[in-house]
Design a protein around this ligand. Structure first.
Ligand SMILES: [Zn+2]
Length: 54
């Protein structure tokens, strides 16, 4: 099962999109992006809330 996370879904105007089968990897990569690019600290739960199955 592949999940997708997009910055846009979190209300951020940014083309970043990531897909991964591994939820842990998905969350940590998205977390890094949000931290480095948007200087926001989101929890794993907050990030996974915006994930959708594709
Ligand atoms: Zn972004």
């Amino acid at each position: 099962m592949v999940k997708e996370i997009e910055c846009r879904d979190a209300g951020i105007d940014c083309p970043f999109m990531i897909r991964d089968e591994d939820e842990n990897e998905l969350a940590s990569l998205a977390q890094q992006h949000v931290k480095n690019t948007h200087h926001k600290n989101l929890s794993r739960e907050e990030i996974l809330k915006t994930a959708k199955e594709v």
